[in-house]
Design a protein around this ligand. Structure first.
Ligand SMILES: [Fe+2]
Length: 201
Protein backbone atom coordinates (compact mmCIF):
# COMPACT_ATOMS: atom_id res chain seq x y z
CA UNK A 1 0.00 0.00 0.00
CA UNK A 2 1.00 3.52 -0.47
CA UNK A 3 -0.60 6.85 0.19
CA UNK A 4 -2.86 7.85 -2.67
CA UNK A 5 -3.96 11.31 -3.74
CA UNK A 6 -7.67 11.56 -2.91
CA UNK A 7 -10.05 12.85 -5.57
CA UNK A 8 -11.65 16.22 -4.95
CA UNK A 9 -15.18 15.80 -3.56
CA UNK A 10 -16.47 18.32 -6.17
CA UNK A 11 -15.55 19.58 -9.64
CA UNK A 12 -12.44 21.72 -10.04
CA UNK A 13 -14.56 24.74 -10.90
CA UNK A 14 -17.20 24.10 -8.21
CA UNK A 15 -15.85 26.74 -5.83
CA UNK A 16 -15.79 29.54 -8.42
CA UNK A 17 -15.69 32.48 -8.10
CA UNK A 18 -14.17 32.17 -4.61
CA UNK A 19 -11.51 29.61 -5.48
CA UNK A 20 -10.74 29.39 -9.19
CA UNK A 21 -10.42 26.19 -11.22
CA UNK A 22 -6.83 26.88 -12.29
CA UNK A 23 -5.75 27.17 -8.67
CA UNK A 24 -7.61 23.96 -7.78
CA UNK A 25 -5.91 22.06 -10.62
CA UNK A 26 -2.44 23.26 -9.67
CA UNK A 27 -3.03 22.91 -5.96
CA UNK A 28 -4.57 19.44 -6.02
CA UNK A 29 -2.94 17.81 -9.06
CA UNK A 30 0.56 19.24 -8.64
CA UNK A 31 1.21 20.44 -5.10
CA UNK A 32 -0.77 17.80 -3.23
CA UNK A 33 0.48 15.05 -5.56
CA UNK A 34 4.06 16.09 -4.77
CA UNK A 35 3.45 15.79 -1.03
CA UNK A 36 1.99 12.31 -1.62
CA UNK A 37 4.95 11.23 -3.74
CA UNK A 38 7.51 12.54 -1.28
CA UNK A 39 5.70 11.05 1.72
CA UNK A 40 5.66 7.66 0.00
CA UNK A 41 9.37 7.94 -0.83
CA UNK A 42 10.13 8.59 2.85
CA UNK A 43 7.83 5.80 4.11
CA UNK A 44 9.41 3.30 1.72
CA UNK A 45 12.70 3.71 3.60
CA UNK A 46 11.08 2.51 6.82
CA UNK A 47 8.34 -0.02 6.10
CA UNK A 48 8.46 -1.07 9.77
CA UNK A 49 6.72 2.13 10.92
CA UNK A 50 3.60 1.64 8.81
CA UNK A 51 1.73 4.40 7.01
CA UNK A 52 -0.63 5.86 9.59
CA UNK A 53 0.43 9.48 9.20
CA UNK A 54 -1.88 10.79 11.92
CA UNK A 55 -0.36 8.39 14.44
CA UNK A 56 3.18 9.09 13.28
CA UNK A 57 2.79 12.87 13.30
CA UNK A 58 1.10 12.79 16.70
CA UNK A 59 4.49 11.71 18.05
CA UNK A 60 7.16 13.06 15.72
CA UNK A 61 9.96 11.85 17.97
CA UNK A 62 8.85 8.31 17.14
CA UNK A 63 9.66 8.88 13.46
CA UNK A 64 13.12 7.64 12.41
CA UNK A 65 15.46 10.64 12.33
CA UNK A 66 16.49 10.22 8.70
CA UNK A 67 12.90 10.67 7.45
CA UNK A 68 11.47 12.78 10.29
CA UNK A 69 11.55 16.17 8.60
CA UNK A 70 10.48 14.68 5.26
CA UNK A 71 7.39 13.21 6.92
CA UNK A 72 6.64 16.39 8.88
CA UNK A 73 6.73 18.30 5.58
CA UNK A 74 5.18 15.82 3.18
CA UNK A 75 3.09 13.61 5.44
CA UNK A 76 1.80 16.79 7.02
CA UNK A 77 1.29 18.26 3.57
CA UNK A 78 -0.80 15.26 2.57
CA UNK A 79 -2.94 15.24 5.73
CA UNK A 80 -3.49 19.00 5.67
CA UNK A 81 -4.53 19.08 2.03
CA UNK A 82 -6.71 15.96 2.21
CA UNK A 83 -8.59 17.69 5.05
CA UNK A 84 -8.65 21.07 3.31
CA UNK A 85 -10.50 19.75 0.23
CA UNK A 86 -13.20 18.28 2.44
CA UNK A 87 -13.54 21.52 4.39
CA UNK A 88 -14.86 23.33 1.32
CA UNK A 89 -18.08 22.92 -0.62
CA UNK A 90 -20.16 24.80 -3.18
CA UNK A 91 -23.24 24.07 -1.02
CA UNK A 92 -24.48 26.61 1.49
CA UNK A 93 -23.90 25.25 4.97
CA UNK A 94 -23.88 26.65 8.50
CA UNK A 95 -22.48 25.50 11.84
CA UNK A 96 -24.74 23.22 13.89
CA UNK A 97 -26.47 24.75 16.91
CA UNK A 98 -23.98 22.95 19.17
CA UNK A 99 -20.91 24.22 17.32
CA UNK A 100 -22.39 27.73 17.01
CA UNK A 101 -22.92 27.77 20.79
CA UNK A 102 -19.35 26.61 21.40
CA UNK A 103 -18.03 29.32 19.05
CA UNK A 104 -20.09 31.97 20.86
CA UNK A 105 -18.96 30.71 24.27
CA UNK A 106 -15.30 30.71 23.25
CA UNK A 107 -14.98 33.80 21.08
CA UNK A 108 -18.03 35.89 22.03
CA UNK A 109 -19.73 35.68 18.63
CA UNK A 110 -19.28 34.18 15.18
CA UNK A 111 -17.95 37.54 13.96
CA UNK A 112 -15.30 37.57 16.67
CA UNK A 113 -14.32 34.00 15.78
CA UNK A 114 -14.04 35.03 12.12
CA UNK A 115 -11.89 38.01 13.10
CA UNK A 116 -9.58 35.79 15.19
CA UNK A 117 -9.27 33.20 12.42
CA UNK A 118 -8.65 35.93 9.84
CA UNK A 119 -5.96 37.47 12.04
CA UNK A 120 -4.26 34.09 12.44
CA UNK A 121 -4.35 33.54 8.67
CA UNK A 122 -3.20 37.07 7.86
CA UNK A 123 -0.34 37.23 10.32
CA UNK A 124 1.12 33.77 9.69
CA UNK A 125 4.41 34.99 8.16
CA UNK A 126 5.48 33.15 5.03
CA UNK A 127 3.89 29.75 4.39
CA UNK A 128 1.56 27.92 6.71
CA UNK A 129 -1.99 27.30 7.85
CA UNK A 130 -4.62 28.91 10.05
CA UNK A 131 -6.67 26.53 12.17
CA UNK A 132 -9.68 26.10 14.37
CA UNK A 133 -8.81 23.21 16.65
CA UNK A 134 -10.10 21.32 19.64
CA UNK A 135 -7.25 21.62 22.12
CA UNK A 136 -6.14 19.19 24.83
CA UNK A 137 -8.73 20.63 27.23
CA UNK A 138 -11.49 19.91 24.73
CA UNK A 139 -11.95 23.61 23.99
CA UNK A 140 -12.03 25.47 20.70
CA UNK A 141 -8.91 27.47 19.86
CA UNK A 142 -7.70 29.46 16.87
CA UNK A 143 -4.07 28.88 16.01
CA UNK A 144 -1.67 28.73 13.10
CA UNK A 145 1.24 26.57 12.05
CA UNK A 146 4.26 27.14 9.83
CA UNK A 147 4.95 25.25 6.61
CA UNK A 148 3.05 21.91 6.63
CA UNK A 149 3.17 21.40 10.39
CA UNK A 150 -0.08 19.86 11.61
CA UNK A 151 -1.77 20.75 14.92
CA UNK A 152 -1.93 16.99 15.50
CA UNK A 153 1.77 17.20 16.42
CA UNK A 154 0.79 19.59 19.24
CA UNK A 155 -1.93 17.26 20.54
CA UNK A 156 -4.69 19.35 18.94
CA UNK A 157 -7.46 18.16 16.65
CA UNK A 158 -7.94 20.36 13.58
CA UNK A 159 -11.59 20.93 12.65
CA UNK A 160 -11.14 23.84 10.21
CA UNK A 161 -7.99 24.79 8.33
CA UNK A 162 -6.98 27.33 5.73
CA UNK A 163 -3.93 26.95 3.54
CA UNK A 164 -2.18 30.33 3.36
CA UNK A 165 0.76 29.24 1.22
CA UNK A 166 1.01 31.53 -1.80
CA UNK A 167 0.30 28.51 -4.04
CA UNK A 168 -3.21 28.47 -2.54
CA UNK A 169 -4.16 31.95 -3.72
CA UNK A 170 -1.56 33.67 -5.89
CA UNK A 171 -3.12 32.79 -9.28
CA UNK A 172 -6.35 34.64 -8.49
CA UNK A 173 -5.63 36.90 -5.54
CA UNK A 174 -1.96 37.74 -6.27
CA UNK A 175 -0.47 39.27 -3.13
CA UNK A 176 -3.80 40.08 -1.48
CA UNK A 177 -4.08 37.27 1.05
CA UNK A 178 -6.89 39.00 3.02
CA UNK A 179 -9.27 38.79 0.02
CA UNK A 180 -8.60 35.06 -0.26
CA UNK A 181 -9.26 34.57 3.46
CA UNK A 182 -12.56 36.44 3.14
CA UNK A 183 -13.54 34.33 0.11
CA UNK A 184 -12.80 31.13 2.03
CA UNK A 185 -15.63 31.91 4.44
CA UNK A 186 -18.07 31.63 1.51
CA UNK A 187 -17.08 28.03 0.75
CA UNK A 188 -16.56 26.48 4.19
CA UNK A 189 -18.22 23.09 4.56
CA UNK A 190 -19.68 23.53 8.03
CA UNK A 191 -21.18 20.04 7.87
CA UNK A 192 -17.64 18.64 7.82
CA UNK A 193 -16.51 21.01 10.59
CA UNK A 194 -19.50 19.86 12.69
CA UNK A 195 -18.55 16.23 12.13
CA UNK A 196 -14.94 16.86 13.17
CA UNK A 197 -16.04 18.87 16.20
CA UNK A 198 -18.38 16.12 17.34
CA UNK A 199 -15.60 13.56 16.99
CA UNK A 200 -12.90 15.75 18.54
CA UNK A 201 -14.47 17.44 21.54
FE1 LIG B 1 -1.41 23.97 -0.34
Amino acid sequence: MAIILPELPYAYDALEPYIDAETMHLHHDKHHQTYVNNANAALEKHPEIGEDLEDLLADVESIPADIRQALINNGGGHLNHALFWELMTPEKTAPSAELAAAIDATFGSFEEFQAAFTAAATTRFGSGWAWLVVNKEGKLEVTSTANQDTPISEGKKPILGLDVWEHAYYVKYRNVRPDYIKAFFSVINWNKVDELYAAGK
